[in-house]
Design a protein around this ligand. Sequence first.
Ligand code: PLP
Length: 394
Amino acid sequence: MTTNKLTWLENELQSLKDQGLYNTIRTIGSAQGAWIVVDGQRVLNFCSNNYLGIADHPRLKAAAQRAIEKYGVGPAAVRSIAGTLEVHVELERRLAAFKGVEASLYVQSGFVANQAAIAPLVGKEDVIFTDRLNHASIIDGCRLSSAKIVVYDHGDAADAEAKIKEHLPQYRRGLLVTDGVFSMDGDVAPLDKLYEVCAKYGVISMVDDAHGEGVLGRGGRGIVDHFGLHGKFDVEIGTLSKAFGVVGGVIAGKKVLVDWMRQRGRPFLFSSATTAADTAACLAAVDLLEESTELVDRLWANAKLFKAEMAKLGFDTGKSETPITPVILGENQVAQQFSRQLFERGIFAMPIVFPTVPKGTARIRVMISASHAASDLEQGLEAFQTVGKELGVI
Ligand SMILES: *Cc1c(COP(=O)(O)O)cnc(C)c1O
């Protein structure tokens, strides 16, 4: 008997639907902001990473337009052949200064930054110590390196030390890697303790600050600044796609490290450069952050207010220490239903289910932004209260 060799895909998709795990992707018809058009409907936006609300800032747009006039649209080359533009070099200099490191390398995305950075540092003879809840791009970056991967308990520096003691002697080199802010729970890695452990055992230290950049530290200078650990983490990964409101990733640290990445980072060598328009918009975002802490301050004020009110309403918002506000609901179907009912009330907040979060901890993840007005937060809270009661969650 011959069966269609792709029939299994239909079965798999149906099974996802049956379990409430099928991700229906909505389509956006406007610029990002507190209010956006989703599937043709104008709704209050509670789920984008536009922390500072600058994804449609006039200065970023103007910078991108000027760059298009000067450079055109496509880079037409990888960075290492003919694709390194003056704006790339300028952005790298400015990002290094902003983060207080010697050098930085701007790559196509934060995901790509992790693909680029890990393999040049560790290989078959080496070992990686990685937090259980690290981002998928770190997990994939680790796999690409062929190093032995040892997982330590989430946020647990003592367990990281125990694992290092046990495994490091069998290998040539060790690398410890952690998210700075964990994106599904909003908790922060114990960077000071992890640094001490790495220093004690001579392990290379790496932190991915995707959700900390533009959020934590003085004027949004990130998690290393938040902990006052300048120059101590060997590799700092960042993204320009979240608080910075544009797109791209960054690998930052000592000059010698960044020089090595330029020689060995495969996505840097084998995938075309980021466009001039994106790069120029990133430069304008750095300008904004360096000029004033106003946006970062407003982000935190909004986040504190929203989280405090949600707790008063009786929602479980986990252990977030950042503007990421998980509203933990448990079962996938409840989270899906909650999101649909919010949408009917004009609130856009997507459910997050397994495998993005562990089974039984399905949630709505609310992303607070500096662009939310007080009335937006009020409207959001009201809708959460109504739907929470309708579904018997509170
Ligand atoms: C979002 C995220 C990334 C990916 O960044 P992009 O610029 O969107 O590719 C990488 N690491 C972490 C920890 C993230 O949260």
